[in-house]
Design a protein around this ligand. Structure first.
Ligand SMILES: [Zn+2]
Length: 347
């Protein structure tokens, strides 16, 4: 494991050296942007190895996400619920993953119930059309009472994570926590968030702790995917043993990223956030990386591995080096895209 990390550090150093060289040469020659991009993508691929191929393909290989959405239309799945995606495309069985952490999400998007001595902290709420069955129904199947949800943490205000927030707040009186900028977006676009928008409640800020009973989730501001994206660190227990978790709250490049201004700056914000989160993961000794999409953290597949675990290692527990590699994939893919904009700027 250690040698992998050393390898990444060395590759990162090589990337930095290559970029520095390229800058040094600027006076006399031109930067080889394509070579710089290839190096950054290769660094991401090396870091991803076989564990984070979904994150690698989404950020480095597939066409980039659409830019920031400024429309205010009622989503089709709200206006006409029968148009929501078919159940077989999103249904997943709920699962008790750690002693105190339960998966109540779907095949593609995750939601987690963190149980404490004084109630439940729910992390992300998926879509309006499946939060009832997956979260409320899933909790009941696992023996949890949704009435005990005290806090709902929203990683960011996209419909695949905020969809059930209004329902959980109004039905159970749960406190909703979200980043300031994303609260503002929810207020600005009432149609877009129809049936999803909770009443403005707690503003999550960097370093804030949400404490319930003996359990605390620490919030980290990681702007990038959206301006208010929040990530988390917290501790779970595996058969009584404490295990530290880093939860990455936003992944794809859904910000204005097509033009050097503001794209270069936005990518830098994103990169800085990944460095910030990687540092918090290292400081807490996180050996588990969670995302809110199964394509990034393989939650759906790992849940199906739990039953066959026996006395083997926990399928989610990768070790501290792999958690760092996850953030290396994000950083290097963002850097590759940022170099592309620097190339556009130099034209
Ligand atoms: Zn999103």
């Amino acid at each position: 494991m250690k040698s992998y990390l050393t390898g990444i550090v060395m590759v990162s150093a090589l990337v930095a050296a290559a970029i520095a060289d390229a800058y040094a040469l600027q006076g006399s020659s031109v930067r080889d942007f394509d070579a710089e991009i290839r190096t950054a993508v290769q660094s991401a691929k090396t870091a991803a190895d076989v564990e984070f191929l979904g994150t690698l393909s989404r950020l480095c290989l597939l066409p980039q996400s659409s830019t920031e959405d400024t429309s205010d239309n009622v989503p089709a799945f709200v206006a006409k619920p029968s148009s929501a995606p078919a159940r077989e495309t999103w249904y997943a069985d709920p699962a008790r993953v750690f002693d105190n952490l339960y998966f109540v999400g779907g095949k593609v998007h995750s939601a987690w119930a963190l149980t404490t001595s004084d109630g439940i902290i729910l992390i992300d709420t998926i879509f309006p059309y499946n939060s009832e069955e997956l979260i409320v129904g899933g909790m009941r199947k696992l023996g949890l009472d949704p009435k005990n949800i005290k806090y709902v943490l929203i990683s960011h205000a996209h419909a695949d994570h905020i969809g059930g927030a209004e329902m959980l707040q109004s039905r159970y009186g749960a406190h909703v926590v979200m980043g300031a900028a994303d609260w503002d977006v929810v207020a600005k676009y009432p149609n877009r968030y129809k049936t999803m928008a909770p009443k403005r409640d707690i503003v999550g800020t960097d370093g804030m702790k949400i404490t319930l009973g003996e359990t605390a989730v620490t919030i980290w501001a990681t702007p990038g995917h959206t301006p208010g994206t929040l990530s988390y660190t917290f501790t779970v227990f595996d058969r009584g043993r404490p295990v530290h978790v880093a939860y990455s709250g936003g992944t794809a490049f859904n910000f204005p990223n097509r033009t050097p201004d503001p794209g270069i700056r936005n990518f830098q914000t994103y990169i800085d956030s990944q460095k910030h989160m990687a540092a918090q993961a290292a400081a807490t000794g996180a050996t588990v990386i969670l995302s809110n999409h199964s394509e990034f953290d393989n939650a759906y597949n790992k849940n199906r591995m739990l039953a066959g675990r026996g006395n083997g290692p926990h399928p989610y527990e990768l070790g501290t080096d792999w958690v760092q590699r996850y953030f290396q994939v994000m950083q290097n893919c963002a850097r590759a895209a940022q170099i592309g904009l620097e190339r556009d700027l130099a034209k």
